[in-house]
Write a protein that binds this ligand. Sequence first.
Ligand SMILES: [Zn+2]
Length: 148
Amino acid sequence: MIQTSHSLKWWKLKTKKVLHKYIQLRDVVVKNGSVYAQCLACKKVWELTTSYDWKNFHASHRFRADLFQSVEFNEDNIHGCCYNCNRRLSGNLGDYDINLRKKIGDERYNELIRKKNQPHKLTIVELEKIFNEYKTKVKEIKKLKGIK
Ligand SMILES: [Zn+2]
């Protein structure tokens, strides 16, 4: 069902929120009931206990969302990073890139590079589809990892 009453901007924000939540959940490690974050770029590990800790586990883009819209909502382009790398070091992209390639492998890395250069403007219909997909994925991964 398409809710055309909402704008593209509204759908982008809504989709971004659920996708970034999924990225956080995908990238945490649960050990003995505790949840740990690891920054993809600097490899720092820290425990997530408060909502403040979760807020500081950023969904950080390899290729900036505003410049590379075709991969703005591509999960291979977004990984959990610490505040320091994402904000103060503008992504810490040198280390990010090395570790990204290791994490997703050459094939997916090359696919991401290929996609980032394809101009693509998302439509509301596409955004709604992505939103619903990640809404389900968030539920599934929470259950799988035992995170409330
Ligand atoms: Zn970091």
